[in-house]
Design a protein around this ligand. Sequence first.
Ligand SMILES: [Zn+2]
Length: 478
Amino acid sequence: MSDGEGDVPMATVLIKQGRIVTAVDDYQADILIEDGRIRTIGQDLVVGDPVEIHDASGLLVLPGGVDVHTHLDWEFGVARTVDTFGTGTKAAAFGGTTTVIDFCNQNRGESPLVGLEDWHHRAASACVDVGAHMIMLEVNPQSLADMQTLITRDGVTSFKLFMAYPGVLMLDDGSLFKAMRLAAGHGAMICVHAENGQVIQVLVEEAVATGRGGPKYHSETRPTLLEGEATHRAIKLAELAKTPLYVVHLSAREALAAVAEARDHDLPVYAETCPHYLFLTNEEYARPGFEGAKYVMTPPLRDPSHQQALWRGLRTNDLQVISTDHCPFCFNEQPFGLKFSKQQGQQDFSKIPNGAPGIETRLPLVYHGGVRTRGMSLHRFVALMATNPAKLFGLFPKKGTIAVGSDGDLVLFDPNETWTIRASEHHSRVDYSLFEGYTLTGRVQKVFLRGQCIVDGKEWRGREGMGEFIHRGECGRL
Ligand SMILES: [Zn+2]
C-alpha cells in the first residue's frame, strides 16, 4: 500500500460540465483536482496546461462510494474469502466505491495489535483507500489497553463485537459491556453483529441431528426474533456504557423496531442494511439442489414484509447506511479449492461458509431500486452510499462529499444507461452474483481516486497498491 509519497506526480484533472450531486447540493459546475484533492469548484474554469480534461456533460458527478463492511482475504474458521485486497478493491472501484473499511481481527491468545499488523500485510495490494475495523475476540485488561492504542495511535476507531457464533467469534454480555465502556471514553464506535448465538446454536444442532441439512435450514434456524432480541440487548448495554452503537447488516423488522425506539429516545444508535436484504427474499432458499447455498449469509434473507420495513427505515432515517457485507466464497470448488467454496457444506448447511459477494453492484442497484423505482432522492442516495458512512466512521470531510479540500474521489455516473448484471463480467474472483441477470438503469462510467482516473468505462487504469490506509478520526457523529 502506498504512503502517498514517492509516487508518480499526480496530474491536474479538470472534470467539466457535470451535474454535481452531494447529500445537500445539486448543480452544474467544473471540478479542478490538484495533488489528489479538490482545489476549485466553479463555472467554466479555465486551467493552463498540463491538465487532463474529462467531459462529464450528461452525467452525474457523485462522491466516491464508501463501503464500511467488507471481508477481503479473511479466514473464518475453515473457510477463507476468495478476493484478495487487490481483486476485491478493483471490483469495488468498478462499482463506484473508492473507500472500503474492512474487518481485521484479533486472534485468540494474541493482541489485536498483531491482528492489525497481519491485516496491513494483506491490505498492501489495495487499489482504493482502506480503513480497518477491529474484531475483538477477547476482552481482558491487556486487550482493553490495546483498544486504546488502536484508537489513538493506529487510527482504528471502530470495533466489531459478535453476539453470534459461540466458540468462534461470540463475546458474552459482560465482555460486550467492557469493550463498549472503553470505546465510550475515546470517541470510538462499537459495531455489533446482533443475533442470539446460543439459542441459534440449539436450533442448528437440532436441525442437523434430525436430518434437516439443506441450505434452507440456515434460514429457518436463524429466526428474526433472535436478531430483534440481540439488537435490543446490544442497545441497552450501549446505553448503560454511554457509547454510540452501530448495528451491522440489519435484516429484520424486529431489529429495526429496536433501533427506531432507541433513536426516538435520543440514543446515538445507528444501523446499516445491505442490498441483498433490500432486493432478495427467503424464496431463494427454495432453489433446486445446493443452489440455495449461494444465498447463505448471516443474517439470512427474510420474507418480503421485512424488505418493505427496511425500505421504510431508509426513508425515515432509522437506517443510515447501505453497505455490502462483501464476504465472497465461490459456489464451485474449483479453481481456488474447497477452502474458498460453499461446497464445504454439501451435506450440512451449518458447514456452508456464511457470506455472499456484492462489492461491485451496490451503487447501481440502489440507484435503480431506490432512486428510479421508489422515489428516493438523489441526496438520500448519496448520503446512504458515501456521506453518512464517512461521517459515522471518522472519514469526513476527506471522504464522503464533493467540496474544496476533500479528496478527489469522484464517480461519473450515467443515469440513463441500461445494462445487465453478469458474474462473468465482474471483477471479483467469486464465481457468482446474487443478482445475476438483473437489468438496471444507471451505470458507473468513470471513477477517480484522489484525482487519478482508475476506471474508464470497461478499462482498468488503476493498479494494485495505490490505495492508502486511512488513519480515521472520531466516530459516531452524524
Ligand atoms: Zn460481515
